[in-house]
Design a protein around this ligand. Sequence first.
Ligand code: HEM
Length: 403
Amino acid sequence: MPTEPENTSPPNPSAASGPGRRRALLAAGAVLAAGVGATAGRLAGGDGAAHGGGTAGAPPEEGPVPFHGARQAGVTAAQLPATGLLAFDLPAASAAADRETLRALLSRWTGTLASAARPGAEPRLSTVGPARITSLVGLGPALTARLGLPAPAGLAELPPFPGDRLDPARGGGDLLLQLSAADPWTLSVVTELAVTDARAAGAAPRWSQRGFLPVTAPGATPRNLFGFKDGTANPDEESARQWVWGPPGPHEHATVLVYRRIRLDTAAFAALPEEQRNLAMGRRAGDGAPLTGTAERDEPDLYAKHPDGAYVIPVTAHVRLTGPRLDGGARMLRRGYSYDDGPEDRGLLFCAFVRDTGQFTRVQERLAARDALNPFVTHTASAVAYVLPGVSEGGTLGGHLWA
Ligand code: HEM
């Protein structure tokens, strides 16, 4: 039976000395102090090559998350508990005019986001200490095609899936900005600054969506509104290099975000007996362990059977249908958030980072056909974005687009 590597590889320690040391400590501190989602940062080795290495044993440090790095911190840093996704459209006047608008906006955002992540940048961001904010900026597939911009080969619109109930007013868009912060106040202030930049450059807000994570012990995986730990089986740095980030070349530190707004019927799901909920997921809600294991990080054994011949992890279980074994080992980096837009509309903001949108499409086709969660979930919005590489001090986001 093929086995997958354990998801416990330490992050890349490459920048544990020299000029990267300070950044390494800040990044490690961000991971340790985040209190939530630290797992994602560690497993994806997110703060490795790009952000200075999440040095094991570094002291916890409350501090701003560095904006600069080879990869955007909104993908690599530990998840912060308050998030906002914002989509914008360009006027679509002419390709040349839109290129100028885009260039101007990326330049404004680089300045604003870099300065928001720095201590003392703006009085409203220093209420109790330096603001903790991360960001990622992405371009929609239609925009890159329309403007003839260089984009990863794996960037494509998603096909329709059975069961989709997508609201176009809540999805798509020329540009996508995800801001995440330690608290909703910081998120609100930086959102205001970013929207002001967009309007000044000539871009129009299209949709926005807020999300949140539960308060979670440092290093623990946050739960979603179905009550399960979500983000356990994320790739380590080596696997992420193959499946999340681009191949060596201009897109090596770029990735593709697939966003799905998924309404969850949490009350109906909670009304199921606990055993049925666990069978639907293929993991136990309590400790997150697969039904074939005893610890959260145990690899699900998809071949294990009961004496009567039935699979321990049922054929319609979510972790069976999403498992990398069905897909040549492919893994996506999932950094989901919950949302609550009123009692009838609560759920999951599914955010996955992949090299190729086909990775998402293949899994979603399997899920749409027979996921045991289907009676309790509805996909209500969708977006795809080419997440630009990060930027070093003095550079501008998307600078490579104009070379
Ligand atoms: C419909 C709402 C969804 C819920 C509530 C949900 C929840 C979960 C949970 C609790 C896990 C197990 C823990 C973990 O590894 O993170 C998981 C795993 C996973 N999910 Fe979902 N998920 C949902 C939708 C999706 C969608 C739309 C996709 C992609 C098309 C997806 C892809 C995955 C993948 C790739 C894994 C890891 C499988 C593995 O490697 O073992 N999920 N999900």
